[in-house]
Ligand binder design. Sequence first.
Ligand code: XUL
Length: 536
Amino acid sequence: MAERAARRCCLGWDFSTQQVKVVAVDADLNVFYEDSVHFDRDLPEFGTQGGVHVHKDGVTVTSPVLMWVQALDIILEKMKASGFDFSQVLALSGAGQQHGSIYWKAGASRVLTRLSPDLPLHQQLQACFSISDCPVWMDSSTATQCRQLEAAVGGAQALSCLTGSRAYERFTGNQIAKVYQQNPEAYSHTERISLVSSFAASLFLGAYSPIDYSDGSGMNLLQIQDKVWSQACLGACAPHLEEKLGPPVPSCSVVGAVSSYYVQRYGFAPGCKVVAFTGDNPASLAGMRLEEGDIAVSLGTSDTLFLWLREPTPALEGHIFCSPVDARHYMALLCFKNGSLMREKIRDESASRSWIEFSKALRSTEMGNGGNLGFYFDVMEITPEIIGRHRFNAENHKVSAFPKDVEVRALIEGQFMAKRIHAEGLGYRVMPKTKILATGGASHNRDILQVLADVFGAPVYVIDTANSACVGSAYRAFHGLAGGTDVPFSEVVKLASNPTLAATPSPGASQVYEALLPQYARLEQRLLSQAQGSPE
Ligand code: XUL
C-alpha cells in the first residue's frame, strides 16, 4: 500500500451526466486508483433521475450545480480516507459532459480565490451561482433560439462552416440565448459562464478556467478554424457574452496550479498543475489514443463514430470539434440511431434469435452480397433522415424481401457503408495507417468486425472504453505536463497498452466495396429525395 501510494501520477476526472469519476494513472500509464460518486445514489437529496431533472414541459433538462460541487467534495474525502497520497499528483485534467452551462454570480470569483480549507466546497460556494439548475446536453428546449442563430449568420450550412455544426438545441450558445431571453436578470448578474468542463477546472484552480478549443466547439459560438469566438454568433445569442466567456485556449494548456485549498485540505503539492478540462467525447478520443486517419466506432444502442480529421468539411449532419490533442487538427462525431436494436431485430427475424446463426449467415455470404443492398431504419435515422426498410437487388430494383442470410449481410454491410460514406462527407479519408477501434456490444462479434474491416479496408482493433474519458483526461494531464502543443500526444501515451487486433481486410475487399459504395450512396440519395418529397 505504501509503495502504491507513493506513485507519481496524474489524475483524470470525469464530470458526466450521472456521476463524477476519477482515475489515477502512473508514469507507466497504468491506472492504479479509481473511484466514483453517483448522483442519484450518493446525493439523493437533489432528487435527480439519471443525474438530471426533466421539467414538466418534457424538453427542459437541468442539473443542480451544487450537486456537482458536493460530489467533488465527497470523492476527495473518499480518496483521503483511503490513504491516497495527493502529494504525488503531478498534474490533473478532466472531462465534462458537453454543452452544459454554469452561471457564476457577480462576486463568485472572490469567493473562489479565498476558499477556506476548513470547509467543504459546497458550503462555501452556495451563493455563487446566478442559476442553480444548469441546462445540460439532454435539453431540447431551444428550437426558437436555434432558428434565430442560423438566420443571423446566413443559414444552417453557414453556421456549420463557421462553428462545425448547424444549430443544435443542446449547444451552449442557444442555451445561453434562452437564459438571456427568459431570465434577463439572472443573465445580467452573471459574471462568468463556464462549460461543465471549465467549471470543474475552475473548482480546482480556485479561479475561472478558460474554455478549451475542443469543448468550446460544442457551443455554436467558436470559429473552429480561427479558434476565436464568432462575433456574429455571440451577438445573436446575448449581449456582453464575450467577456462572460473569456478567451478560449488550446486544450493542452496548463491553466494554472491547484489552489491552496487543495494543498492545505488534501495535501496536494503546491505545484500540481491543472491542464484545461475538455468535453467527455474529446477526452474519450484521447483515452482511445486515436491518431491521424483513425476512426473509433462505438457499436451500441446507437452507433457513434469518432473521426480524426485534418481538413474538415462541416455539413448539416454530424459535429466537428477542434482536436483535444492536436490544435491543428479536428475530430468529428457522427451518430447513427439504428444500431444494436436493429441488429437484434434482424437477428431475431432472420437468424433464429441467435448470434451464432447471425455469424454463420455472414460467413456463408460473399463480400458485396451479390450486389444486394439494404437500408434498415425502424426508427427515424439521424444520418441520413430516412425511415423504413428498403432493399435493392443488383439491378438497383426495389425488392420486398431477401433470403435470410442475404438479409443479415445486407444489414451489416449497409450499416458500415453508411458510416464510411458519411464519414467521408465530413472530410474523413482512410489512410494506409488507418486503424479502426471498435467498442460496445457488437464489437464482441468477430464476423461483424470482419465486415467492418472489409468495408473500410483497414484493420479493426477492439478496446474497452468504460473509463476512456477519465483515462484520456489523465493522459491529457501528462500531455500538458510534457509541454503540450510542441509535444506529439502519441509520444506521451506510447507506453499505454495496445488495443487487440480483431480483423484485417480480406483480399479483394477494396475492389468490391469501391464499386459498391457509390451505388449505396446513390440509393441513399434517392431514398432521401423521396423522403423529402422532391423529384429524384
Ligand atoms: C455530445 C453530447 C453527449 C454528451 C454526453 O454532443 O451531447 O455525448 O457529451 O455527456
